[in-house]
Design a protein around this ligand. Structure first.
Ligand SMILES: Cc1cc2nc3c(=O)[nH]c(=O)nc-3n(C[C@H](O)[C@H](O)[C@H](O)COP(=O)(O)OP(=O)(O)OC[C@H]3O[C@@H](n4cnc5c(N)ncnc54)[C@H](O)[C@@H]3O)c2cc1C
Length: 482
């Protein structure tokens, strides 16, 4: 990719004001990156990638003008939210213009159990706003304080709350998204209900989300609980039962194998050497019952604290989901991770992985409601049936080399453990996309020149910056059919 045309730089400076156009220095570098360095594989591949320029539009008209200018110049255009993604999703592979949406952060309304907001609105602002109105986000990533609504919908999947509500794709969590196209005259397309799903988790390749309506849950006051046991199986049996308990209202059910708790330095005083732990967020009204059940099962309650409202630290969620990996890497930089889904035979799967890779994998389990089997009840919110609860997991791996990591991923496949590979920046390799054909069709409709985050959707044939793209896409589409 040649350097950006001077005429385009000038046009963007005139449109947005020079103070909202970043053309060099540390800020250009920072705004070209996310947390891809979590992965030793992505670190090697993405360290040298940087945008030619970053713009920060302050209105939809400015965004529209910036996209149109980039379209005319034929340069790559990459949306950016909070930049907390961990697969290089917003890292430009071919330079070009990164459009930072942080200034488009209006929360239009929280009403009737729906938040309607601009894409740059932070979840860390939406959550207290919703709570003040008697609601809460149905699911949010552990990076919720910094992450944007648009970035969560385009790069994330689920997290805290998913034990009850599933992920962003589940049931009716999304009400609508409005997409701005990348054309000479950018248009707005409003996609509603199930039709909106095709625009989610597409890494900014299928248009800019400029307005989002997400359904909320009735607010619950939570208790933060940590239970400890020297016996992995005892803890697992109780925690799995708690996750599947249809009466307890929960926002988090997580279990860590020792020594993972030892990586959580700020919580060190609560942990017992050598003991595994489970972290739960439960309705405060039921906390005494949950604690009594845990203690009756032989667990020790090592931490019990209400979650403040409006939310204020400490948050036990700061150690869950992918934050676990961050704490582990701080203690031991050779640690990396995987994202997997265990089956109903999860105990046998843990044992088989330990047999094949002794001491190389540490279990970090996150229970979630499966997307397809949610049952809704208007007053109670979601009630996942026990059978629909599944174990997602973000196991830690002591990294040896890329070949060994590939061996572990292959072994997971052989024993029926699903892997959403976090060591790739390519959409199709990072998880299951049963609706990938719909996503490609949407991209066709909104991105006629193939300028949006080029290189991230490998089954899309048009990438003006990579002459090999069509052949790669043909092979990827052929593989989809098998
Ligand atoms: C420590 C840690 C913990 C994490 N925990 C979780 C977790 O629990 N659950 C989870 O799902 N994820 C998690 N993540 C990943 C990430 O933090 C979340 O997915 C987050 O919601 C991304 O939001 P963001 O605003 O930072 O998006 P960004 O990183 O800025 O962008 C993500 C993707 O969305 C695209 N994008 C951004 N805004 C728009 C828009 N308006 N229109 C079109 N495309 C857009 C970008 O191009 C990029 O491809 C974690 C990451 C880290 C580092």
């Amino acid at each position: 990719m040649p350097n950006l045309p001077e005429a385009l730089r000038l046009e963007l400076r005139t449109l947005l004001g020079a103070e909202h156009v970043i053309e060099n220095g540390e800020s250009l570098e920072t705004l070209s990156k996310d947390f891809y360095w979590y992965s030793p594989v992505l670190k090697r591949k993405l360290d040298d990638k940087v945008a030619d320029l970053v713009v920060r539009p302050g209105s939809l008209d400015e965004l529209k003008g910036a996209i149109a200018a980039c379209f005319r110049a034929g340069v790559p255009v990459v949306p950016r939210g909070g930049g907390t993604g961990n697969y290089g999703q917003c890292v430009p592979l071919f330079g070009g213009v990164v459009i930072d949406l942080a200034r488009l952060d209006k929360i239009h309304s929280v009403a009737g159990g729906v938040v309607r907001a601009e894409p740059g609105a932070r979840l860390g602002t939406i959550e207290p706003t919703a709570r003040a109105a008697g609601w809460e986000l149905r699911c949010l990533p552990s990076t919720w304080v910094k992450s944007s609504l648009g970035g969560f919908f385009c790069g994330g999947s689920g997290g805290i709350g998913s034990i009850t509500w599933g992920g962003i794709n589940a049931a009716d969590n999304v009400k609508s998204v409005t997409v701005m196209t990348c054309e000479a005259e950018p248009r707005l397309l409003k996609l509603e209900e199930r039709d909106a799903i095709k625009a989610l988790h597409t890494y900014g390749t299928t248009g800019f989300l400029v307005e989002i309506e997400m359904r909320l849950a009735p607010k619950i006051d939570y208790e933060q609980l940590i239970f400890s046991s020297p016996n992995w199986d005892t803890l697992l049996t109780w925690t799995d039962g708690a996750a599947r308990n249809g009466t307890w209202r929960k926002r988090l059910v997580t279990q860590f194998q020792w020594p993972i708790p030892s990586y959580f330095k700020p919580l060190a005083k609560y942990f017992r050497n050598g003991e595994h732990t489970s972290f739960l967020l439960v309705d405060r009204a039921q906390a005494a019952e949950v604690v009594a059940a845990a203690e009756a099962a032989g667990l020790t309650t090592v931490f019990r604290q209400p979650l403040a409202d409006p939310p204020k630290p400490p948050f036990i969620t700061d150690y869950t989901w992918n934050h676990t990996t961050l704490w582990a890497m701080k203690s031991d930089p050779t640690i990396t991770y995987l994202q997997v889904g265990y089956g109903e035979n999860f105990r046998a799967q843990f044992a088989e992985l330990e047999r094949r890779f002794p001491g190389e994998i540490l279990q970090h389990l996150e229970w979630v409601a499966g997307n397809s089997k949610m049952m809704r009840n208007a007053s109670d919110g979601a009630t996942p049936s026990p059978a629909s609860i599944v174990i997602g997991a973000i196991p830690l791996v002591f990294f040896k080399n890329e070949a060994r990591l590939a061996e572990i991923i292959a072994a997971c496949g052989e024993i029926g453990v699903g892997v959403a590979n976090p060591h790739t920046f390519v959409l199709e390799e990072g998880g299951r996309h049963p609706n990938i054909a719909e996503k490609r069709a949407l991209k066709d409709a909104v991105d006629p020149k193939g300028l949006l985050n080029p290189g991230k959707m490998k089954s899309y044939p048009r990438n003006p910056f990579d002459p090999g793209a069509a052949a790669v896409a043909a092979a990827a589409i052929a593989a989809e059919a098998t």
